[in-house]
Design a protein. Structure first.
Length: 83
């Protein structure tokens, strides 16, 4: 993903760190590389499995998925996969 930082510079970042930077308010997404058709769902699921709890929370916020404050990582992951 191509990201823009607060100084206006751009940098490439992997998905997980990019979403964490967006959640922290230090970067914004400039463009997103989209996988080939037919592989989006399986790749998205695999991406979720590799994320930390903080990254999953950031992804849930990005998607507008509501979470409870006391949710475990596994519960957040399950809710995102259902969304």
């Amino acid at each position: 993903m191509l990201m823009r930082n607060k100084d206006g510079g751009t940098e490439g970042m992997r998905y997980g760190p990019a979403m964490a930077a967006v959640a922290a308010g230090t970067h914004e997404v400039v463009n997103v590389d989209v996988p080939a058709a037919g592989s989006v769902a399986s790749e998205a699921s695999a991406d979720l499995d590799d994320m930390t709890k903080a990254e999953l929370i950031a992804e849930a916020k990005r998607r507008g998925v509501e979470l409870d404050d006391d949710m475990l990582k596994a519960d957040i992951l399950a809710r995102l996969k259902k969304a």
